[in-house]
Design a protein around this ligand. Structure first.
Ligand SMILES: *Cc1c(COP(=O)(O)O)cnc(C)c1O
Length: 367
């Protein structure tokens, strides 16, 4: 069986730089909140074009701390998408707020901004937009609604490092942007890591205190915080990989274009919104024959993965919210038909051809 993502293929290309950087950190014996985290935060600021960047322990913590910093909690409602990874919702529940779902767009699988207004109540405090699969959500419209109703906006950009709308980087388009550096993400470390970015100096200051036990200075605690720091080794690794991120995303786009070229007529292929730069964290096709395609690929030694088979509003842990099947028809249909194909920067083009051909043959036979 081929891997779904071959992380080793990336590692071997930068092995010397990585080992040298880890070795330096080990020799320095400075492992928490040192030069690497500080420099990585500076580099992310420059890359994304934001005023502030704060390294944290994971993408999940980034979302959690973002909500804390915005004073969102008990009695508040946060509007978001039911088609995301569970962490987006967990963060809302952690702070005691209530997730309120809005169905997604057929084209992008992102939250449909035109369905947001009908869900706004006097308790609504924020919108979390998720750039699913690396495809930019419609931030212009989302920000317009937020402005009209005085809501905060958080971008869950865990899958979208380097994505853009008109040359403006994803993550810089809302009050707070949240990133994950989980190993399989477009920019991934060798463990857990995350980052919060914002143009607000006040919010960044609050988050710096919250990520470190609510402590503005040694053994002074003004609030109950978290232990949620990005560690030096992960930051060092990310600084090495950051040099290649544009190249990695370009390679993803190139392979995505080959898939689309082959498959566009027989399945629903990913769409890139006007003026958007999609970074294909996942290349996901949609077909009524999803299960058959998956099986056929498997039989030929290629894995494929369903992201995500159960929408958030139908998850057991969220039963208390009272949603039921039928509440979000587009999300539910997509969950039944979506399939992510192998796609990573180093994926051999030969395999893109092979996978495409297996799918083409699979759909010819029974049509
Ligand atoms: C990966 C991911 C997260 C969580 O990030 P972790 O670093 O794994 O905690 C949150 N939201 C989305 C959309 C993700 O894909």
């Amino acid at each position: 069986m081929k891997p779904f993502i071959d992380l080793k293929a990336q590692y071997v290309n930068i092995k010397e730089e990585i080992l040298e950087c880890i070795n330096e950190i080990l020799e320095s014996s400075h492992y928490i909140l040192g030069e690497n985290v500080k420099n990585f935060e500076e580099e992310v600021k420059t890359y994304l074009g934001v005023k502030e960047a704060v390294g944290v322990a994971s993408g999940t913590d980034a979302l959690h701390l973002a909500l804390r910093a915005l004073n969102i909690g008990k009695g508040d409602e946060v509007i978001t998408t039911p088609f995301t990874f569970f962490a987006t919702i967990e963060a809302i529940v952690y702070v005691g707020a209530k997730p309120v779902f809005v169905d997604i767009e057929e084209e992008t699988y992102n939250i449909d901004p035109y369905k947001i207004e009908e869900k706004i109540t006097p308790n609504t405090k924020a919108i979390i937009a998720v750039h699913i699969f690396g495809c930019p959500a419609n931030m212009e419209k989302i920000n317009e609604i937020a402005k009209k109703y005085g809501l905060k906006v958080i971008e869950d950009a865990a899958q979208a490092f380097g994505a853009k709308i008109k040359d403006i980087k994803i993550g810089s388009l809302a009050d707070i942007g949240c990133f994950s550096f989980y190993p399989s993400k477009n920019l991934g470390c060798f463990g857990d890591g995350g980052m919060i970015v914002t143009n607000s100096v006040d919010l960044a200051e609050k988050i710096r205190i919250l990520r470190n036990h609510g402590s503005p200075g040694r053994y002074i605690h003004d609030t109950i915080g978290l232990n949620s720091r990005l560690d030096e080794i992960q930051a060092g690794i990310l600084r090495v990989k950051m040099k290649y991120i544009d190249q990695y995303n370009e390679l993803r786009r190139k392979k995505a274009a080959i898939y689309t070229n082959f498959l566009n007529d027989i399945v629903i292929t990913p769409k890139e919104p006007l003026n958007a730069y999609h970074v294909y964290h996942l290349y996901s096709i949609r077909s009524k024959e999803r299960d058959r395609i998956k099986e056929m690929l498997y039989n030929h030694g290629f894995p494929s993965v369903v992201y995500y088979p159960i929408p958030m509003h139908l998850q057991g842990a969220l039963k208390f919210l009272g949603y039921k099947e039928g509440d979000f028809p587009i999300t539910e249909a997509v969950s039944k038909e979506i399939l992510s194909l192998p796609l990573y920067p180093e994926l051999p083009e030969e395999e893109v051809f092979q996978i495409s051909q297996i799918i083409m043959r699979c759909l010819q036979k029974n049509s």
